[in-house]
Design a protein around this ligand. Structure first.
Ligand SMILES: Cc1ncc(COP(=O)(O)O)c(C=O)c1O
Length: 380
């Protein structure tokens, strides 16, 4: 194992849900029990403990069992898989949706479906690790552009088309960046992909349920080139599992040729059942995303009023840049003493010298949490 400096060593901590959906119970360094307000989980809409999701999972357990017992082509396909795929396809206005056991696996599958080892893959510098693993597995050439930098993307696309006119490049981006909180200029990226006849893969893991029209993601309504949209149920949907949304031909290719779809146990039915309920709740509450963005804007404003650099972006991921690992860990500890749970994000998750606190705003985050956060951050 490579040597890891002390400030980079991660310890696994165990949490128990508290009385309120915004709380987690754990133990501190001295083994005392502590209840903290959770400002770190990606359960943006507070659905993980929603009674309707729990009820749906319970009913599904009784009907379909805990696990599916097989891959989709053997014995694992249940009615609930098909219902969820159909409903997601309608919600996103895409021809085909396919479920995967995790977003990591879905991303791997998506990259492999759109590439071979000759495909130039042009990625935003800050895309998720799972996508990079996919590129590595494909053997394709990885080319990176500066975060959200359209002119660099265009330059690389032009160069790639000139040097290799036969081979369509693949462009990969996230829509809401998980560690930065920034949003990609999806419309412009899509236009460039059309102009340079390239394929497009958009990871909307953090966006679905929150960003875009009524939470349908930043890619909703785009007339893209050949593309795949990736989503997960592990964040705003409050459960687990993931999906890819695409056109019929790409979907059929994923079904027939993609090992990550064919050779894996089908998503556990109770997770599908709760994801379907989450989708109905999101659809019936079209203002949830907007409310979260308003709360996020208020916190960004407050942070800049007390002298911090205004965190980038407009969604519920607030990235507070601190620089050194030590500073990020120090703030994490100070916030914990105030009853707040945040996590210091350090390299290799983020680039060197860019350690930070990542604060997540959720639907039920109590107002006192923001007051306490500002109190600690106001005391530099
Ligand atoms: C941007 C992004 N894509 C994909 C994933 C993977 O999703 P999952 O947790 O469902 O494997 C994550 C989760 O960490 C993520 O942040």
């Amino acid at each position: 194992m490579p040597e890891i400096p002390n400030s980079r060593i991660r310890k696994l901590r165990t949490w128990v849900p508290g009385k309120r959906s915004s709380e987690l119970i754990g133990v501190d360094e001295n083994q005392n029990t502590i209840t903290l307000i959770d400002l770190a989980s990606n359960d943006y809409l507070d659905l993980a403990r929603h009674p309707l999701l729990i009820e749906a999972a319970r009913k599904s357990l009784e009907i379909d069992g805990v696990g599916s017992g097989g891959s989709r082509f053997i014995t694992g396909s249940r009615n609930i898989h098909q219902r969820l795929e159909k409903k997601l396809a309608e919600w996103l206005d895409r021809e085909t949706v396919l479920l995967y056991p995790s977003g990591f696996q879905a991303n791997l599958a998506a990259v492999l479906a759109l590439t071979d080892r000759h495909t130039p893959v042009i990625c935003d510098r800050l895309i998720h690790h799972s996508l990079l693993v996919g590129v590595k597995a494909s053997g394709a050439k990885l080319i990176r552009f500066k975060h959200n930098n359209l002119s660099e993307l265009e330059r690389l696309l032009k160069k790639s088309r000139q040097s290799n006119p036969q081979k369509k490049p693949l462009v990969i981006t996230e829509s809401l960046f998980s560690m930065e909180g920034t949003t990609a200029p999806i419309k412009e990226i899509s236009k460039l992909c059309i102009k340079y006849d390239s394929k497009l893969l958009i990871d909307e893991a953090h966006a679905f349920g929150v960003m875009g029209p009524e939470g349908r993601g930043e890619s909703f309504g785009l007339k893209e080139p050949k593309s795949i949209i990736s989503g997960t149920f592990g964040k705003a949907f409050g459960s687990g599992g993931a999906f890819l949304a695409t056109d019929k031909i790409t979907g059929e290719n994923l079904i027939q040729n993609c090992g990550a779809f064919r050779y894996t146990t089908a998503l556990a039915p109770p997770l599908c059942a709760s994801a379907l309920v989450a989708l109905n709740l999101i659809e019936n509450n079209p203002g949830w995303g907007r409310e979260l963005k308003e709360k996020s804007r208020a916190l960004r404003d407050k942070l800049s009023q007390i002298g911090w650099q205004r965190p980038l972006g407009g969604g519920p991921i607030i990235s507070i840049l601190l620089g050194s690992d030590e500073s990020a860990i120090d703030y994490q500890k100070r916030l914990e003493e105030e009853g707040l749970l945040t996590v210091a994000i350090r390299p290799p998750t983020v680039p060197e010298g860019k350690s930070r606190l990542r604060v997540i705003i959720r639907r039920n985050t109590p107002i006192q949490a923001f007051e306490r956060l500002i109190k600690v951050l106001n005391n530099k």
